[in-house]
Design a protein around this ligand. Structure first.
Ligand code: KIV
Ligand code: ZN
Length: 529
């Protein structure tokens, strides 16, 4: 059944292969703790991914929740310029639901997956090898009855017996899969092992040329990018990755790193992508601003220190010849010299223009609302930086969904004495006030008052405040994570007053907790079992 080892033909520099970039920020990325997004935020990210030039965008897992379904449907109906993909397990309900969400997209892909490794077969699925092959074939065929572009993933492929993996992949392609994705679901592979898995498929699956081989690597051992590159060396034609490497547990292969590795070492990989690399930093920042999850300073490509040369000997070398210590130019990945400053005399067009450069698309009422907030901020702060603008836009998006809104608050706390706070919130046009005395400081008192007014009690799991820009008049951004009934919700708030920022973040989190949904606080993802 399987073809024996074929010769690999060495490529010359001029024979560059195009690699499909499949972004799963909105699916695998969004499922990870702290990274959930609302519909408006997902649409913003989706548009930024189009601007970045991804070939395929996995917009979500439609059966997982009504929110996921709605997001995939909205993206499929409105986002253009890329293939929109939706995930489904290998069963009829999942596949039908995925198509229901995707059918508005001119270029849609259904991605079906089924675990194949012995561990998953025995303990999770309790299915035999033959049953797995049959289920995979039936599912690919069902998906194929809806659209031509079908991806099949044997989940935990990296730990699947090589012969069985060849068998499943061959059957899936024969049933109509146009892409076969080889996930390292648990991040167990190492580069030469994983490269070998891809090489084995290329050499032994007789119909492998009828499909694109894709790779999907998790980063549990910090090897997701290295493994993906090893796969490219061995013939993979698609890489699944996420912005900032967000994703399940330690994350997925980082899009910016894998793309820049292939670009910077084109001499070695002989591979090209359609990614507009100057959009990498804006897209990374957009995602951080939306999720509140910042990348570490020394993160390759997009971290704040990625191009900062501190050592004297390096600085000296750089001044003499940049390439002594720099293998990429900061401008190639979208770092700009100018953090353009706007002020109170700047107009709506300048704001919209700056927002667009940062990855946001502001129009109509949305632009007007942000502009109004911008004018208020410009009155308080001399200079409004890019990060301030991003924070304002995020604030608008966050507050828009909230049922309960902050009207006013007052804090009295003298020295180490008991705090006394009063707060007024508004819901459906009705204002409710509350005064609380005592507690562990003014924020604790404010949080208690908010819980009492809204009737929603939560446990704070994480709470942070950081300054958005430099200077004493900088805006403070607060992010907060709360737990309610075993589910986790995130909130954020921005203000030049840090107590107000924290209060807004808490109100946002409580609103989300009251609405329900959220991510499980512990245990396995419900959709994966
Ligand atoms: O990691 C994984 O195996 C997945 C599949 C659904 C492709 O995310
Ligand atoms: Zn995954």
């Amino acid at each position: 059944m399987h073809r024996k080892a074929a010769q690999r033909i060495p490529m010359t520099q001029s024979q560059s292969r195009p690699i499909v970039i499949f972004d799963t920020t909105l699916r695998d990325g969004e499922q990870s703790p702290g990274c959930s997004m609302n519909l408006e935020e997902k649409l913003e990210v989706a548009q930024a991914l189009v601007d970045l030039g991804v070939d395929v965008m996995e917009a979500g897992f439609p059966i997982a929740s009504p929110g996921d379904f709605e997001a995939v449907r909205e993206i499929a109906n409105t986002v253009r310029g890329t293939t929109i993909c939706g995930l489904a397990r290998c069963n009829e309900k999942d596949i039908d639901r995925a198509w229901e969400a995707l059918k508005g997209a001119p270029d849609a892909r259904i991605h079906v997956f089924l675990a194949t490794s012995a561990i998953h077969r025995e303990f999770k699925l309790k299915m035999s090898k033959d049953e797995i092959v049959q289920r995979a074939v039936d599912s690919v065929k069902r998906a194929k009855s809806y659209c031509d572009n079908i991806e099949f993933s044997p989940e935990d492929a990296a730990r699947t017996e090589p012969d069985f993996l060849c068998q499943v992949v061959e059957a899936a392609i024969a049933a109509g899969a146009t892409t076969v994705n080889i996930p390292d679901t648990v991040g167990y592979a190492t580069p030469s092992h994983y490269g070998g898995v891809i090489k084995n498929l290329k050499n032994r699956v007789p119909n492998i040329d009828k499909a694109v081989i894709s790779v999907h690597c998790h980063n549990d051992l910090g090897l997701a990018v290295a493994n993906s590159l090893a796969a490219v060396e061995n013939g993979a034609g698609q890489i699944e990755c996420t912005i900032n490497g967000i994703g399940e547990r330690a994350g997925n292969c980082s899009l910016e790193e894998v793309v820049m590795a292939m670009r910077t070492r084109a001499d070695y990989y002989h591979a090209t992508t359609a990614i507009r690399t100057q959009r990498l930093v804006p897209t990374s920042r957009l995602l951080s601003n939306i999720t509140g999850v910042q990348v570490q300073r020394n993160k390759a490509i997009v971290g704040r220190n990625a191009f900062a040369h501190e050592a004297g000997i390096h600085q000296d070398g750089m001044l003499k010849e940049r390439t002594t210590y720099e293998i990429m130019r900061p401008e190639d990945v979208g770092f700009t010299q100018t953090d353009l400053v706007l002020g109170k005399h700047s107009g709506r067009a300048a704001l919209a223009d700056r927002a667009q450069a940062l990855g946001y698309h502001l129009t109509g009422d949305h632009l007007q609302d942000v502009f109004d907030e911008f004018k208020k901020l410009a009155d308080k702060k001399k200079e409004v930086y890019d990060a301030d603008i991003a924070a304002l836009i995020e604030k608008q998006m966050t507050v828009a969904e909230d049922q309960w809104q902050l009207v006013a608050y007052e804090v009295h706390a003298v020295g180490g004495g008991e705090p006394k706070v009063s707060i007024a919130l508004q819901h459906a046009g009705k204002e409710v006030r509350k005064t609380v005395t005592g507690g562990d400081g003014p924020l604790d008192a404010l949080f208690r008052a908010i819980e009492e007014i809204t009737g929603t009690s939560v446990v704070v799991r994480d709470f942070r405040v950081h300054s958005v820009t430099r200077g004493q008049d900088a805006q403070g951004e607060s992010t907060i994570e709360v737990e309610r009934e075993g589910r986790v919700y995130r909130g954020r708030g921005v203000s030049t007053d840090t107590v107000e920022a924290a209060t807004l973040a808490f109100i946002n989190a409580v609103n989300r907790a009251a609405a329900g949904g959220g991510q499980p606080a512990t245990g396995p993802r419900p959709d994966m079992v």
